[in-house]
Design a protein around this ligand. Structure first.
Ligand code: GLN
Length: 465
């Protein structure tokens, strides 16, 4: 097929199914077809092209894209058209990938269901009454509904992996600093990481290599080569894991005395079956314990709101987007923020400013940072016993839209297994591990590796696929 045919086929699919799914906030058919046309011309002329040239991609609306509306799912940025590209969107363009459009997300990436989008929720293509995960539910749903073959996500506490888990797709959170955050609208700068989403491990590996690499525009960007994700996926596809040690995280596996709570039976069953398959391919399975993970959620919900409240201070009615004009500057700011931010953003801004206020800083932010160190130490000890660590990605299959909207804590609990990786800066993958027998809905398998060792995820992931 030509790139124009491939791109048009996806645009047609979007036109046919995106009404009820609502994966996209904005489409760019002309731009995508134009890129595709040029790729086809160059291919016909014998020009050497990058591996993914002509393959369309959907981009989470957290990424700034020159000339295309960018809202991060918030009404406060409605109508804003950025004058520049994020490094990742520039990388996609350099790879000659047609950008289909921008995908829906929870406002500023705060959420686990995409219900906190200022533009209405995305629906899970497996069951339209259920959540597609969040915050990157739009990218995951676009893949699951075959509206895009590849997509970009961002993962601050699980927003790539949890949506992948509940839509039976693949999502990877790279090592912190492995992909440039320049031009990604920040949620919590010490936790945020952009990453690739796809339907297979190999597709995801190819996109990872396009996205990653050193960038002078991001002070936290790692100055090292992009991990050899594709080679590792090819190696994994041989289904030989002889010599690979896989550590089951006791506290997150749902199978131990203290980790079983809240884990759905079918999730545990599929997880155990995946372990058996790993064993059959020659991997050695060991159990590891990470006792500090008990405090991960609490630490995360102090660190994240603290950093988010600071990052969101720039939406002041002056520099970007919405402006609700009043008779003084202060009232204009207040009215703009009151109208532009949704409930979850407000909740986290209030939590964050409280945690950072004078006199409370040490008690809250300081303590949370100490927990973060303990979690890093738990991982370091666990990785002495195993090459990769595994758990179910989420304790349950996708819940119903609306079910947890009035109960933020229940919503936050969906992220217990994904958050530790962000606190430690390590890479993680979620890939499908079948459907739960009791409800026929997707179950995800999570693989974690030490920092800089992203390639291990692809080897083990491709073996399991
Ligand atoms: N669901 C988590 C939260 O609400 C993760 C968000 C994310 O990774 N962006 O914070």
């Amino acid at each position: 097929v030509t790139s124009v045919e491939l791109t048009q086929a996806h645009l047609d699919r979007i036109a046919a199914v995106d009404g009820p799914v609502h994966a996209f906030l904005h489409l760019d058919p002309e731009g995508a077809l134009e890129t595709a046309r040029k790729v086809d011309e160059d291919r016909a002329a014998g020009v050497e092209l990058p591996a993914l040239a002509g393959v369309p991609v959907a981009v989470k609306d957290v990424l700034v894209t020159e000339g295309l509306p960018t809202t991060a799912g918030s009404r406060i940025l409605e109508g804003w058209i950025p004058p520049y590209d994020s490094t990742v969107s520039a990388n996609l363009k350099a790879a000659r990938m047609p950008i289909l459009g921008k995908t829906n997300m929870d406002e500023f990436a705060m959420g686990s269901s995409t219900e906190h989008s200022g533009y209405g929720p995305t629906h899970n293509p497996w069951d339209l009454d259920r959540i597609p995960g969040g915050s990157g539910g739009g990218s995951a749903a676009a893949l699951a509904a075959f509206e895009a073959p590849l997509a970009i996500g961002s993962d601050t506490g699980g927003s790539i992996r949890q949506p992948a888990s509940v839509t039976a797709t693949v999502g990877v959170k790279p090592t912190y600093g492995g992909v440039s955050r320049y031009g990604a609208i920040a949620l919590a700068s010490s936790l945020d990481q952009l990453g690739p989403c796809g339907r297979t491990v190999l597709d995801t590996a190819m996109l990872h290599e396009v996205m990653g690499g050193h960038d002078e525009k991001d002070a936290t960007s790692l100055d090292e080569p992009v991990p050899a994700c594709v080679d590792a996926a090819m190696q994994g596809a041989t289904k030989d894991l002889t010599g690979v040690k896989v550590g089951v995280i006791k506290e997150l596996s749902g199978s131990s005395d203290d980790g079983g709570e809240g884990y759905q039976a079918g999730v545990k069953q599929r997880f155990e079956e995946s372990l058996e398959r790993l064993k059959a391919m020659g991997a050695e399975i060991v159990e590891v314990s990470c006792p500090s993970f008990e405090y991960a959620l609490a630490a995360y919900y102090l660190i994240l709101p603290s950093e988010a409240s600071s990052n969101l201070a720039k939406f002041d009615s002056v520099r970007f987007g919405l402006r609700v004009e009043k008779d003084t500057v202060e009232k204009t700011m207040l009215a703009t923020r009151a109208e532009g931010f949704g409930d979850e953003a407000k909740r986290r801004i209030i939590l964050g400013t409280y945690a950072l206020s004078a006199g409370y800083y040490d008690a809250y932010y300081g303590s949370a940072q100490k927990v973060r160190t303990l979690i890093q130490r738990d991982f370091a000890a666990a990785f002495e016993q195993a090459d990769v660590l595994v758990s179910p990605t989420t304790p349950t299959t996708p819940f119903k839209l609306g079910e947890r909207l009035d109960d933020p804590l229940a919503m936050y609990l969906n992220d217990v297994a994904t958050i530790p990786a962000n606190l430690a800066g390590i890479p993680g993958m979620s890939l499908p591990s079948g459907l739960a027998p009791e409800d026929g809905l997707p179950v995800g398998f999570q693989i974690l590796a030490p920092a800089h060792e992203d390639a291990r995820l692809y080897r083990v992931g491709a073996a399991l696929e």
